[in-house]
Design a protein around this ligand. Structure first.
Ligand SMILES: O=C(O)CCC(=O)C(=O)O
Ligand SMILES: [Fe+2]
Length: 251
């Protein structure tokens, strides 16, 4: 089921029940395993096995709450062997949805630009900290400008929009950027608050309530942020799966 927004015109579209919740659940199990392995390093437990170096590397960079989806699947491979195939099915399905939303052939999955991200609940205390992301354009903040056209398929692994933050979007912001109306747009990812307030005043904001299986697809010039919630009661894990017409070329 598709929302009445249009990806081309509005820069964001919501698809409910886009992918099977059972596949999302398998990816969530893998994510939970990978985060558990990485967080164990934080409390002094040495990782073992073939992914030990990878786990230690992620542990040293996990401050922002993220790791590559492919890294999580690798780490969890032995305990969740079906998660990789579940993720492949998800990618195949969203490539089709993306193609339909663009009314042209779909962009290709970019493993190198795709991440899991975890926000701690406020109750996590010393085990973690909240990692809300302020208003930004992925083109700058996620470094995807050079891969235009580029889309983020945002897929929460838990229900979001009530007790866990969803994303908040400014629909049509990509249209304004591309048509030059936002002339003060900095080409860096995070515009300053004053600039954001000046363009937000008369525009619709969208903070969709989503369940596992639902996705939000948005252009990398669509302004968005973590939904500000006074109380985030649960840890929220989500996948940001990026697609571009330009395939990744490993150097
Ligand atoms: O997880 C969040 O709240 C922010 C995610 C985000 O900005 C993104 O996926 O591009
Ligand atoms: Fe983003």
């Amino acid at each position: 089921m598709e929302s009445d927004l249009d990806l081309i015109e509005d820069g964001v579209v919501i698809h409910k029940a886009a992918v099977p919740p059972a596949d999302v659940q398998l990816v969530k199990l893998a994510a939970d395993k990978a985060y558990a392995a990485v967080e164990a390093v934080g409390i002094g437990i040495e990782p073992e096995g073939s992914c030990a170096d990878l786990i230690k590397h992620i542990a040293s960079t996990i401050d922002w709450g993220g790791m590559h989806v492919s890294q999580a699947l690798d780490i969890a491979q032995s305990s969740c062997p079906d998660a990789g195939a579940a993720f492949d099915r998800i990618v195949e399905r969203v490539e089709q949805i993306l193609a339909d939303s663009r009314r042209r052939s779909g962009a290709k999955y970019r493993e190198d630009l795709s991440y899991l991200r975890r926000h701690r609940s406020r109750w996590a205390g010393r085990r973690g900290r909240l990692t809300p992301v302020p208003w930004h354009f992925d083109a700058g903040a996620a470094g995807t400008a050079e891969w235009d056209p580029c889309f983020n398929v945002w897929m929460p692994l838990v229900p979001v929009g009530t007790i866990c933050p969803t994303l908040e979007f400014l629909p049509r912001s990509s249209f304004h950027v591309r048509s030059g109306r936002f002339t003060t747009t900095p080409d860096v990812g995070f515009p300053d608050e004053a600039w954001v307030s000046s363009i937000l005043s008369d525009d619709l904001r969208l903070a969709p309530i989503l369940r596992p299986g639902d996705i939000a697809i948005f252009d990398h010039w669509t302004l968005h942020r973590t939904q500000p919630l006074a109380w985030a009661l649960r840890t929220r894990t989500s996948a940001e799966i990026r697609f571009s017409d330009q395939p990744f070329q490993p150097s």
